[in-house]
Design a protein. Structure first.
Length: 370
């Protein structure tokens, strides 16, 4: 139950990748037939991804994953698009947070964090105030959905606000691409990101969407791949797998999202009924991912060993304790939204492969361990 960390590869996705791991091994840049076959696979994948996200194929760049995509967007906004200020939030993934902190520490941009509301959503009034105060070009980088607490931000609303103030808008959409429909042609955003392994695709492949009105400079030098922007021989089987996984996720969206949402709600109910003192972090029944549930348990000697004991029982979940002592700094997200030293936070995150009996099994083990 740690599917926000990564998901199992779908067997149909693996099947689609296999030819490019075996007989179809041509380099897409080679001009003979084997190369052209691989080139066709990459470009077909790009078209498919673009169509699903309602973008233009020229706006889709394949990367090594979400981290590279966000690094590229943020660095480009500052170094190529002239952004002197960055507005972000304290609960971004480190792929964003460490990048904006690097640019700030390096003297390349000023950095402001937007305030959070008690339920972990960003304070839109404060965002507007920050935007109004900035003179000079600003980059707003705020994630679409938080990977630890599941809170979702309204891309449209934030995008319109950025437009109003002439800001560049990047959103880390790693937890939502492959989980929600996108209509990028009608969404006011300059950069979004995706990672194949979050929706039953392969690891080590992702996308960066760059709106066609934005012109950035090449981010890796040394070849003409990805329209001269990202040099290096393409991860052909990864790219094919990414497109296949997105295609499957899109076809199955209605049914799967409902099924996973039911599991989340069921687990919330069972936890409330069966375990004393549970607290849910974020806004789990409001604007939230159907895949993520972050729960705080009362801190006891036993609950401090919760993850370890669940692991012994074959249950994989991730932590996020508000503990600030010793080497364990806990989660920066939990610290920002619920800094209660008397609680231990655990993230449960679901996929289409989880079942209700598994939830029951986890509840039984949790009761035992607590
Ligand atoms: C919200 C978010 N952003 C970025 C990443 C990084 O993606 P990747 O592992 O593909 O580099 C992750 C996954 O760990 C994530 O959950």
């Amino acid at each position: 139950m740690d599917n926000a960390a990564t998901t199992a590869l779908d067997s149909t996705v693996l099947e689609s990748m296999m030819p490019y791991l075996t007989e179809k091994f041509g380099n897409p840049s080679s001009i003979y037939s084997y190369g052209r076959e691989s080139r066709l696979a990459v470009e077909t994948a790009r078209k498919s991804v673009a169509k699903i996200l309602n973008a233009h194929p020229a706006e889709i760049f394949f990367t090594s994953g979400g981290t590279e995509a966000s690094n590229t967007a943020i660095f480009s906004a500052v170094r190529n698009l002239g952004c002197e200020h960055i507005i972000s939030s304290p609960i971004e993934h480190h792929a964003t947070l460490h990048t904006v902190e690097y640019l700030y520490n390096n003297g390349e941009a000023s950095l402001s964090f937007v305030k959070l509301l008690p339920n972990g959503h960003i304070d839109l009034e404060h965002l507007e105030k920050l935007l109004a105060e900035m003179d000079g070009k600003t980059l707003v980088t705020l994630m679409h959905a938080n990977n630890e607490i599941g809170n979702m931000m309204d891309l449209e609303v934030v995008g319109e606000l950025c437009k109003l103030y002439g800001a560049i808008f990047h959103s880390d959409t790693v937890q939502t691409v492959g989980h929600f429909p996108f209509d990028l042609r009608n969404t006011p955003v300059h950069f979004i990101t995706g990672a194949g392994h979050k929706f039953h695709g392969p690891k080590g492949v992702g996308i960066l969407y760059i709106n066609e009105n934005v012109r950035i400079k090449p981010f890796i030098h040394g070849g003409s791949q990805e329209r001269n922007m990202r040099a290096g021989t393409e991860n052909v089987y990864g790219i094919v797998g990414f497109a296949k996984a997105l295609e499957i996720a899109t076809l199955q969206y209605e049914q799967e999202s409902a099924q996973i949402h039911t599991l989340k709600v069921y687990m919330m109910e069972q936890l409330k009924k069966q375990i004393k003192g549970v607290h849910f972090n974020g806004d789990p029944i409001g604007r939230s991912l159907y895949t993520v549930l972050n729960v705080s348990f009362p801190k006891t000697e036993k609950s401090e060993m919760l993850l370890f004991n669940l692991d012994i029982n074959g249950i994989c979940v991730s932590g996020g304790s508000a503990c600030t002592s010793g080497a364990d700094q806990g989660s920066h997200v939990i610290r920002a939204v619920n800094n209660n030293p008397n609680q231990v936070a655990v993230r449960f995150s679901y996929s289409k492969y989880n079942t209700k009996p598994e939830i029951d099994q986890v509840i039984v083990k949790l009761k035992e361990v607590m």
